[in-house]
Design a protein around this ligand. Structure first.
Ligand code: HDE
Length: 689
């Protein structure tokens, strides 16, 4: 056995004097948690160079102990999230409807922290499963924190909080086998849905392209539950909260989502972080749908039922202000992980409704923070701490971080007359909503219609969205092993829309097998609401989008520079890809750097693509399976495609002459390509067979 020679550690000499102290103050000296400077962070303390480690090594023990406890329980839902800091500013005073100070004047700028999340998967799951996205915003107002904890879909699966644990158990990985992760395409989920017709409206949304956002910057947000606004005169009205992305909405196709999940599981997180880091700050407008009691009474559904939307055509959305996300968190754990949202965090002027889902949420979030963050003092963590003064008589508890002064830790008291006291004028007042009735456990009859809005949604969206809904349901049900669950869902689909039911039954190879379902309330025809569409609602734009430019030897360098500049002028980003990350040489022999290598940059990562090459490059790309898939996928995913100098590759990938494919023979052709790209997908492209 060879005996390794070990070098004895030479303790670093510190003078303990001014130079060292300054360095420690500057944060350049490594210390223990007690502030003890560390001389060696590479070797543990041993008895002899090759001997056992000594228990005495308190530095090793402190480091490892801290490491062992680095994780806290992840959120039971919405575990995977990404967040950003920013601010909110109203467009105008909303004093006539709410006394909330942060909405009182256009010059009030309120800091915010927004966290976007998936629901079903664990913290390490990928960004692009088919799922609802959380859209939670903490407003640090001068009257306390207001948390608007919403989703990117305006309705919810269930009407009453008591069903939430069942819903989440059903959608999460199955209890015995521990899979699938972050996927609703399995028996337990669809079993639950098949027995809970109230979930069907939400199911239509979750099977739509809304559940596959292109970017967290390009999705709408909704408060979902109905809240109340209360003004200084004590008048109260119902309100639904809406967020609208300034970049417009965009979604990916299912095939893209599947491939992106492999190519870049952090697709959304990276996109948000990079956009903010490069100064392209995501912006969202906040809108209010304000509903007085009289209007609520006339609606054909209950405003307290979270499985229903209030169509904009019936009650318009008033835009009241804008949120700008302009700063990435400094530390993922301290901020994004430890942020604690609670729908019960409201400010004077905002109040709850009796929505039984919301009522349960008012309990759940505070409760979950206690187990997740481990202490009733979680509000003292920097990310959760109000940015206005706060004072009360609550004391002590695990991890108390404040040092309250004085003797009076009770109220009323006479020994500290300047201590905190209640304020009838400025304090929060619950709206004096009349309540009466016997204590009962029942679902109001006004909650009974489970099919009409599901039908309205399906009939309001574009044909492409309808097609994707049909495909998504077919895909999910194809993964369901028990045929009786599929049959029951088919029965529900028939009630929502005969054609949809027939289509899915046919695609499953189960035509005529739908179970007959008797609805609690027969569906009624509602006016379609075109505002529920995802496509064609926002102005076409390339802002915030990413165009992949694949370059290969002999390409036209001038064309590439003009194209890159034109893309920048659109507010989009050009990403240069080459077969090798070192770059590629243009027709004049100049080498251009690449940001990405082709093997790691499939076209699914981009909104539109361009391929530029000379004769040699064309030949090399045609022989490269990654280049072939790059173009074939872009074609299949209906993306705008620009090509120059790649006749052989174009032939090989069957893209020549297809709609939305632009030959970039000269710089003047760039505008045409960008016009197509601005519109998103080329829906009229006939795919080669
Ligand atoms: Fe949540 N939800 N939820 N939820 N929810 C949580 O709180 C819950 C519901 C939403 O980025 C948990 O801090 C119940 C609707 C978001 O940190 C938990 C019910 C909507 C987030 C919880 C609902 C949401 C959560 C888990 C039915 C859209 C992530 C961790 C009564 C309006 C917030 C946590 C973040 C998180 C409970 C239904 C949105 C367990 C009981 C409806 C965006 O408290």
């Amino acid at each position: 056995m060879s005996k390794k020679t070990s070098t004895p550690n030479t303790p670093a000499v510190t003078d303990g004097g001014e130079t060292h102290q300054q360095a420690q103050r500057d944060g350049t000296v490594l210390t223990t948690n007690q502030g003890l400077p560390i001389s060696d962070n590479q070797n543990s303390l041993k008895a002899g160079g090759r001997g056992p480690t000594l228990l005495e090594d308190f530095i090793l023990r402190e480091k490892i102990t801290h490491f062992d406890h680095e994780r806290i329980p992840e959120r039971i839902v919405h575990a995977r999230g990404s967040a950003a800091h920013g601010y909110f500013q109203p467009y105008k005073s909303m004093k006539h409807v709410t006394r909330a100070g942060f909405l009182s004047a256009p010059n009030v700028k309120t800091p915010v922290f927004a966290r976007f999340s998936t629901v079903a998967g664990g913290a390490g799951s990928m960004d692009l499963p088919r799922d609802v996205r959380g859209f939670a915003v903490k407003f640090y107002t001068q009257e306390g924190n207001f948390d608007l904890v919403g989703n990117n879909i305006p309705v919810f699966f269930i009407q009453d909080a008591i069903k939430f644990p069942d819903l989440i158990h059903a959608v999460k990985m199955e209890a015995d086998r521990g899979y699938p992760q972050a996927a609703s395409a399995h028996d337990t989920f669809w079993d639950f849905i098949s027995l809970m017709p109230e979930s069907l409206h939400m199911i239509m949304w979750v099977m739509s392209d809304r559940a596959l956002p292109r970017s967290l910057r390009m999705m709408e947000g909704f408060g979902v539950n109905t809240f109340r606004l209360v003004n200084a005169a004590g008048e109260f009205r119902f309100v639904k909260f809406h967020w609208r992305p300034v970049l417009g909405t965009a979604s990916v196709l299912w095939d893209e989502a599947v491939k992106i999940s492999g190519a870049d599981p952090d697709f959304h997180r990276r996109d948000l972080y990079e956009a903010i880091a490069s100064g392209n700050f995501p912006e969202f407008e906040l809108g209010f749908q304000i509903i007085d009691q009289e209007t609520a009474d006339k609606l054909p559904f209950d405003v307290l039922d979270a499985t229903k939307v209030i169509p904009e055509e019936l009650v318009p959305i008033e835009m009241v202000g804008k949120m700008v996300l302009d700063r990435n968190p400094d530390n993922f754990f301290a901020e994004t992980e430890q942020v604690a949202f609670c729908p019960s965090h409201v400010v004077p002027g905002i109040d709850f409704s009796e929505d039984p889902l919301l009522q349960g949420r008012l309990f759940s979030y505070l409760d979950t923070q206690l187990s997740r963050l481990g202490s009733p003092n979680f509000h003292e963590l920097p990310i959760n701490r109000p940015q206005c003064p706060f004072a009360n008589m609550q004391r002590d508890g695990h991890m108390q971080m404040l040092v309250p002064k004085g003797r009076a830790n009770y109220e009323p008291n006479s020994i500290e007359p300047k201590g905190p006291r209640e304020s009838p004028a400025a304090g929060f007042h619950t709206a004096p909503v009349p309540v009466e009735g016997a204590k009962v456990r029942l679902r109001a009859a006004s909650f009974n219609d489970h099919y009409s809005q599901a039908r309205m949604f399906y009939r309001s969206v574009t044909p492409q969205e309808q097609q994707h809904i049909g495909e998504a349901i077919t895909f999910e049900l194809s993964k369901v092993e028990m045929p009786e669950i599929r049959r029951k869902i088919l029965g529900h689909l028939h009630l929502i829309d005969e054609k949809l039911g027939a289509l899915v039954a046919d695609e499953l190879g189960m035509a005529g097998e739908a179970e007959t379902i008797t609805p609690a309330a027969p569906p009624v025809e509602l006016e379609p609401s075109p505002a529920l569409r995802l496509y064609g609602k926002y102005e076409p734009t390339l802002k915030g989008r990413k165009i992949g430019i694949l370059i290969a030897p002999g390409f036209d360098g001038k064309l590439m520079s003009t194209l890159t500049a034109a893309i920048g002028n659109e507010g989009a980003k050009a990403a240069i890809i080459a077969p090798k990350v070192g770059g590629a040489t243009d027709s004049t022999g100049t080498k251009h750097a690449a940001e990405m290598a082709l093997s790691g940059s499939p076209s699914v990562l981009f909104d539109a693509v361009v391929v530029l090459a000379g004769a040699d490059g064309d030949k090399a790309l045609t022989a490269n399976p990654d280049a072939v898939s790059f173009l074939m996928d872009a074609c299949r995913h209906l993306k705008a495609i620009g090509v120059a100098g790649v006749p052989t590759l174009s032939e090989r990938t069957h893209i020549t002459g297809l709609a939305g494919v632009s030959e970039l023979a000269a710089s003047k052709d760039i505008a045409g390509f960008l016009d197509i790209a601005r519109n998103g997908r080329v829906w009229n492209r006939k795919l080669p067979t």
